[in-house]
Design a binder for this molecule. Sequence first.
Ligand SMILES: NC(=O)C1=CN([C@@H]2O[C@H](COP(=O)(O)OP(=O)(O)OC[C@H]3O[C@@H](n4cnc5c(N)ncnc54)[C@H](OP(=O)(O)O)[C@@H]3O)[C@@H](O)[C@H]2O)C=CC1
Ligand SMILES: O=C1O[C@H](COP(=O)(O)O)[C@@H](O)[C@H](O)[C@H]1O
Length: 598
Amino acid sequence: MATLSSPHCPSSSYCYSSSSSSSESRYGHPRLVKISSISKRLAQKTLSRHAQKNPNSNVVRMQGGSMATKTIPIEGDSTPLKTPKDGLFSATSWQESSDLSGFNVRKDESTVSITVVGASGDLAKKKIFPALFALYYEDFLPKHFTIYGYARSKMTDEELRNMVSKTLTCRIDKRENCGEKMEEFLKRCFYHSGQYDSLKNFAELGKKLCQHEAGRIANRLFYLSIPPNIFIDAVRCASSSASSTSGWTRVIVEKPFGRDSESSAALTRGLKQYLKEEQIFRIDHYLGKELVENLSVLRFSNLIFEPLWSRQYIRNVQLIFSEDFGTEGRGGYFDHYGIIRDIMQNHLLQILALFAMETPISLDAEDIRNEKVKVLRSMRPLKLSDVIIGQYKSHTRGGVTYPGYTDDKTVPKDSLTPTFAAAALFIDNARWDGVPFLMKAGKALHTRRAEIRVQFRHVPGNLYNRNFGTDLDQATNELVIRVQPDEAIYLKINNKVPGLGMRLDRSNLNLHYAARYSKEIPDAYERLLLDAIEGERRLFIRSDELDAAWALFTPLLKELEKKKVHPEYYPYGSRGPIGAHYLAARYNVRWGDLGLDQ
Ligand SMILES: NC(=O)C1=CN([C@@H]2O[C@H](COP(=O)(O)OP(=O)(O)OC[C@H]3O[C@@H](n4cnc5c(N)ncnc54)[C@H](OP(=O)(O)O)[C@@H]3O)[C@@H](O)[C@H]2O)C=CC1
Ligand SMILES: O=C1O[C@H](COP(=O)(O)O)[C@@H](O)[C@H](O)[C@H]1O
């Protein structure tokens, strides 16, 4: 953290300070690194992957287990490091030492301690521990790692393990030794009970972490899986009492990052009292989804897409999120935020930024984030007239009654909080001038899906126009990127129906992931946790991105609240409010997900 101090680890003569890690990201590009801050295994894996991808690179290549001493160029570090004969380590010489727990350890080895703050909660159980196990199972965690759960609830290590074990699963495509792997993983999970605002309790945690780190270079990752009103307390205490003195300290922060521009800026200021920006990993788990990450690959590594990626060929872009369940169990949280803050201002806007940004100078995190900020700052703040909001009401179908939003006991009966919203957004730059970007997000709808739909313009002077009748929209090409479920990328094209006549239909060129790839798609949290461990920031939100995102939505959110705009009610399990169609029609758009041939 900004000031590194931990009174509990005895100071090491091999104290090594680095705020970033690993020489090479999994994404195959160099970044600011200190090689000794990652484990040997992780470094070897990373470098060998780089070597495969970049056969001409002068980054050191591994040949079997043996490797001659070679120079590794480290960006941002003028002193070339040497690699010893049998592996990849820092320039410090080999040392054996007797550590706190009496084991012999090499002081130039590193370890990662991951503390899940709020370990007793829903997200920790549902996502964080399973993702950590998946990383362990796939051999992605460093050799020396320890996981700590931290929360106020009283629990023993064994009770934490028992709780965690209930949500761990093994890869469907790789079931070997699953039980054994779970046992091994659980043995490396521990629990410490403490208050989020107690320096003393965090210091006790720090002491325990030191024991596990056993004199190695200690890297510490704190995952704040707690309500946002206690973020700053937890960061203050972790920073003062439990940060690393010898390696890096990073903090993953979960959304919501405030409710508007002001509260978000206050949160950022609060965090930056104790952390540097590069230590803060603001998570938006949609950025960790496979098809969202693939957006850049699709655009920038295929000749056929990028030339079409502008107002010249694209008529509109649709970003659609729907869930077929309500706020069940999370009504208390949700009522304070609503769907615009919960989904649009972050997940959908992040996808939009990746979709619409200009080509970054490189794949480096800062270059990508610079382009995202530029596109966000080129957008017009949302106008109330370009937004419609809805709220689900109770509905009975097939003898089953589904509850309305305000039937939830934690939601006020007169709540106006939107559970559905549709909006038209515009980017005022040369590439996208006049192209509507339509967003739609809702809970308790007829289906669960997240997708990006790109509708192209009509073919000018189309020779086959008369085959389509009067509805030319039926003949436009549409590219669909289905983020979930059942990941797919398909392009709707016009095609001749085989036969002697000349009948055309619309068919799909379909890349269906389940059919094409046998490997199970990792959960977004796996990718993001691994990135945070490796110091890769491209999928995390930088503070200026966050400011730009809030600047777009804050005036609208304030107006909705000030004017007490009433939502349009829609039945649980329906396709949402009819107002969404009128909004789209105003811009000459039809929602692609509601067409006949989705
Ligand atoms: N759950 C989800 O699907 C998602 C959650 N998030 C965000 O992740 C974070 C964690 O979410 P989730 O696990 O659902 O949250 P929980 O409400 O389950 O809270 C996590 C833990 O924090 C402690 N806690 C809860 N309320 C308070 C309080 N008022 N004061 C002090 N401690 C409290 C509890 O632990 P104890 O009492 O043991 O200390 C609880 O187990 C939140 O910021 C949430 O917005 C983001 C996306 C999705
Ligand atoms: O961040 C959130 O995301 C979930 C949806 O995530 P998914 O990965 O299951 O699609 C949403 O249910 C929740 O309301 C929101 O806070």
